[in-house]
Design a protein around this ligand. Structure first.
Ligand code: ADP
Length: 280
């Protein structure tokens, strides 16, 4: 914003070339606001588009059943099962969109409940054992014997683990195993961290896609992605939850060698971690 300022009593016409006495320049950084606003409008547009596709297909099949296929029970059966698939897809999209918006509402609230990550890992492995059996993949677990305590929201961290293991089973299904592990690490500041890793031995993810995987509705166009049902919101949800827990998500993959998703969360500080001034 640039405003010319004329001194009181002075007149621009008195000045050679009509120049003002001062120019006041106000610079306000609107970039972040604009970016957030842009993200919101893009999201609404993309969500509407994603919902429209199955809805258009449903409308089309209803019209066909009422018209051309009115007296063809066999065709009606086929169309009804496609319609059920489309209705289920809409349901998944709506569930994921609602999850994402619930998590966004809580983005600035820190989860404070003490919980044990080994319990979350076991719960996830049990919950996904039917899918593992269907995909003929074995889930292997490697965790410490002792509780692995962090501050967090149990339901949200279960959603993180389930989304990652479900992806590993769906997209890494050509491998025989999915490895689920918990390991301790030290941060750059010496603080204790816990790393939850989900590793699969599938076809992996081409490097150029890695930075974009957590974008909403982003899906890699590979044979296994096309074959698998998904909304493209799972990893966006994971990223949001992990960020709210003051953690980070790292993704590593070599095409042909599978993928590893690592969630790093701060551990609850134990008295031994606090190195106070020595009294000796
Ligand atoms: P969805 O699974 O619903 O499509 P996600 O956000 O969970 O959405 O994942 C985004 C995309 O990332 C997937 O469509 C898939 O292409 C790719 N992807 C995720 N996990 C893996 C994995 N373990 N191996 C290979 N590709 C993966």
């Amino acid at each position: 914003h640039i405003a010319p300022i004329y001194m009181p009593g002075s007149d621009a016409r008195d000045r050679p070339h009509g120049l003002p006495d001062f120019i006041l320049v106000v610079i306000q950084d609107l970039t972040e606001n604009r970016r957030l606003e842009r993200t919101r409008t893009d999201f609404v547009a993309n969500a509407s588009h994603e919902l429209r596709t199955p809805l258009a297909s449903l409308t089309g099949f209803i019209e066909t059943i009422q018209g051309a296929a009115k007296n063809d029970p066999e065709a009606q059966d086929r169309f009804l099962s496609i319609m059920l698939d489309q209705a289920r897809r809409m349901r998944r999209l709506i569930d994921d969109i609602l999850s994402l918006s619930r998590i966004e509402l809580k983005a600035h609230v820190r989860p404070e409940n003490k919980l044990d990550l080994t319990d979350i890992v076991r719960h996830t492995s049990d919950a996904l054992s039917p899918l593992a059996a269907e995909m003929k993949v074995e889930i292997r677990m490697d965790m410490p014997e002792k509780p692995v305590e962090v501050k967090g929201d149990r339901d949200e961290l279960i959603q993180v683990a389930e989304n990652l293991v479900e992806n590993a089973l769906k997209y890494g299904g050509s491998g025989k195993y999915v490895d689920l592990s918990l390991a301790e690490q030290r941060g750059a500041d010496g603080g204790r961290l816990w790393v939850l890793s989900v590793r699969d031995y599938g076809e992996g993810i081409p490097r150029e896609h890695l930075p974009r995987l957590t974008e909403r509705f982003y899906r890699v166009d590979t044979d296994s992605s096309r074959a698998m049902k998904g909304t493209g919101l799972g990893l966006a949800i994971v990223k949001h939850i992990v960020t709210r827990h003051r953690g980070r998500l790292d993704i590593e993959s070599e095409p042909g060698e599978g993928a590893t998703f690592k969630v790093t969360l701060p551990a609850i500080q134990e008295p031994a971690d606090v190195s106070g001034p020595s009294t000796a």
